[in-house]
Design a protein around this ligand. Sequence first.
Ligand code: NAD
Ligand code: IPM
Ligand code: MN
Length: 355
Amino acid sequence: MPNVVVLPGDGIGQEITPEAIKVLKAVLKDSSLKLEFENYLIGGAAIDEAGKALPDDTLEAALAADAVLLGSVGGPKWDTLPAQQRPELGGLLAIRKALSLFANIRPVKMLPMLVEASTLRPEVVKNVDLVVLRELTGGLYFGEKGRKTNPPSAYDTLIYSDEEIRRIVDLGFQMARQRCGKLCSVDKANVLESSRFWREITLDVAKKYPEVELTHMYVDNAAMQLVRYPTQFDVIVTENMFGDILTDLASMLMGSIGMISSASLNGKKGLYEPAHGSAPDIAGKNIANPLATILSGALMLRYSFDLEDEAKLIERAVESVLEQGYRTTDLAKPGDKVLGTREMGDAVVAALGKK
Ligand code: NAD
Ligand code: IPM
Ligand code: MN
């Protein structure tokens, strides 16, 4: 039986991952494929129980698993640890690197019934349907970093190899070809040498994809264009940190950060997680939106297990619950039926039953 390693992590990660598993089990009930789920520690929870953010047995299990489902890591309790030991660097970045998950896909699709939930005007966000392809194992996050004395200073290095850029941009072209045929490469080539290199390689890869319309955009302009006229975008491909920032921003094009799912892939294995964090401000209250994690579960079925029908069933069940007016607090406006985290998971399971 294929197995999924589940890493709930910290804060709301503990609350949202069980909801995704509940939905995955429900959708696979009548399917020939069954999945085995096994929980392991990561992040602050792992520091507290096992002494480090990515324990050896977690890494071994993740390396051996067919797929990984992750909640979120981090929280104030561990913020003062040395950087490399923290949940973020020692846990999340470490597992992304160890599994070579270089391609992070973050779909940004506005569902019609959530248009009113966005803080942006309906005519701006309706029909938004884009994907951000974020490079995940290079760039500013993984370059040399350090501190110097006399005078005190600190540095992080943004470095990309030819091969690292080529493989992510190539995937961007493939995705654009399967969608609306438009790829926007986001960089800061007016300032950064690494971005000029990124552009050169992108132009070289483009020769293989004459049917895809390639544009380049500076990251500052991209942030502005995403809220000004988001439907101009189809696929965006970009450097690790630019993609991090742009996807939190883009999540509001869907109404809430609680809606943005993600798949981190390396061609063989996938790790699936919401793009948001552990939300310490709402953790433990049963109010977090579990839909980004539930939708990440759908991405897992699609990309790791080739179960397109079941992935769609989950996506339709989520839409059906929202169509009935059910909302978690982050999406709610007066008159909506507000559900807690667990109740939203139950509602999605119930909607699956009514397919
Ligand atoms: P965050 O995404 O956790 O929260 C930002 C805001 O969005 C908060 O107000 C939070 O309540 C809200 N929010 C986030 N997810 C939500 C959901 N599902 N439903 C409803 N509201 C939601 O970002 P932050 O506050 O900057 O970071 C908190 C911690 O999470 C930090 O330790 C950070 O390093 C970590 N983090 C982890 C991940 C990850 O594990 N992938 C991602 C981002 C941040
Ligand atoms: C994300 C998060 C992480 C990132 C942090 C927690 C290391 O913000 O997955 O978007 O920056 O990649
Ligand atoms: Mn982020």
